[in-house]
Design a binder for this molecule. Structure first.
Ligand code: AMP
Ligand code: MG
Length: 409
């Protein structure tokens, strides 16, 4: 049996980056940029007001109160086109361009409006206003031609806002890696289908598909193969155009575990089979006629943890990104734990409180890898290294916080 780290390096060695496509911004969330993106305009395009008020010459406000004649308006999207002379001002609104001759804004709250005897509108300024007050200078945010976002960045909602402001309507991104998912097992039926007494509902393909989607891939559900050679062979053929094939179940040593033997006849060459971890020991990795293949065991918790440790990093690599590993952080365990055997162990646990800034964790009593309800309820996985010694209550452990693991995806 090889270690988790060795297994991951072997899987990643076989991965090559997928090609690119152009998508419009409304399709760009979570996609990976493949080129630096330059701003296609300067923002703001000219000096603009940050407030509602009056555009003034700062020098006109040095003695207060100052009485200035209102000679026009500069609303957002419009402009005052004349030159503002000494003793004059222009009423301005947030986002309005600063008229020529002005260099500062007096906010509305610091003024009184009035009319003189010739019914000219004027404003009385009550505050001394320095140059540039409430002015957003041209190019404050970005300038045309500047690099706004760099290549190899997974686009967030904020990035999309920036791209839109830079007047970039579409971007070149990595194609979504296509991950073909093949479930195996005579006992499985899809959710909602008629189900016999001894059958179970196939949950893995949906769980893993959701993780693939969250990571930026596209899951192609090839369906459920029966535990016989013909069915498995025919259904695996659907993986031809995929960037990776993931089989679920049928990876162990039982008479009905056919993935390795059947796909072996179809051209599967195996890099490794079985790793020193729990759950997930029968994981296999190989290559099916040029398509990287990951064979996961069928228990749902095994599929989830194998996805975390191997599939998500593989999708990152397909996207040309550095593969992310589940982030580990320290915690305190509230009870004793027995020593570990030679397999790296990932135990489902709840966070029950906090002690000196560290979360307190409690393992679920039942750690059966078929159980989905504790998996859904778990806040974290507690990692136990191979051959780790027994722990007393209040010992430090390392955990993977499940909700925080990939917040940006
Ligand atoms: P296997 O790896 O095929 O030996 O399956 C191990 C266990 O996982 C068995 O109890 C299966 O019934 C169960 N299992 C296999 N595939 C799935 C699936 N797609 N969804 C839920 N459970 C599964
Ligand atoms: Mg099976």
């Amino acid at each position: 049996m090889i270690s988790v780290d060795e297994a991951r390096s072997q899987i990643l060695k076989e991965i090559s980056t997928v090609d690119t496509e152009v998508v419009s911004l409304d399709q760009a969330l979570g996609r990976v940029l493949t080129e630096d993106v330059l701003a296609r305009r300067t923002q703001p395009p000219s000096h603009m007001s940050a407030m509602d008020g009056f555009a003034v010459k700062s020098s006109d406000t040095q003695t207060i109160p100052a009485k200035l004649k209102i000679i026009g308006e500069a609303p957002a999207g419009g402009s005052y086109n004349g030159m503002v002379k000494v003793g004059e001002t222009v009423r301005i609104f947030t986002g309005g361009p600063l008229p020529e001759g002005t260099d500062s804004i007096v906010i509305q709250e610091d003024t009184n409006l009035g009319e003189d005897s010739q019914q000219n509108e004027y404003v009385e300024i009550r505050e001394i206003t320095p140059v540039g007050h409430y002015v957003r200078p041209a190019g404050l945010d970005f300038t045309e031609g500047a690099v706004g976002l760099k290549a190899n960045r997974r686009l967030s909602a904020r990035d999309i806002g920036l791209l839109a402001a830079m007047n970039v309507p579409w971007v070149t991104v990595r194609r979504r890696p296509r991950i073909a998912l093949l479930s195996t097992g005579d006992e499985l039926v899809r959710p909602g289908e008629p189900v016999g007494h001894n059958q179970i509902i196939s949950s893995n393909s949906l769980l893993v598909a959701a993780l693939i989607q969250q990571t930026g891939g596209e899951a192609i559900d090839l369906g459920i193969a029966k535990d016989n050679e013909d069915s498995l062979r025919q259904m695996a053929a659907g993986a031809q155009s995929a960037d990776m094939l993931v089989t679920l179940g049928g990876a162990s040593v039982g008479d009905h575990d056919l993935v390795q033997s059947v796909l072996g006849k179809e051209g599967l060459s195996i890099d490794f089979w079985r790793i020193a971890m729990r759950p997930g020991k029968p994981l296999m990795s190989g290559d099916l006629n040029g398509t990287p293949m990951l064979g996961m065991p069928g228990n749902p918790v095994s599929s989830m943890i194998c996805s975390f440790l191997f599939l998500i990093p593989a999708i990152d690599a397909l996207l040309g990104l550095p593969p992310r590993l589940p982030p580990l952080s320290p915690a305190i365990i509230s009870h004793s734990v027995k020593e570990n055997d030679q397999r790296e162990d990932y135990l489902r646990a709840r966070i029950t409180g906090e002690d000196g800034g560290l979360p307190i964790v409690e393992l679920f009593e039942k750690q059966d890898s078929s159980m989905l309800s504790p998996l859904a309820d778990a806040d974290c996985l507690v990692l136990r290294s191979p051959s780790a010694s027994a722990l007393t209550a209040q010992s430090r452990v390392m955990i993977i916080k499940l909700r925080a693991a990939y917040p940006d995806v």
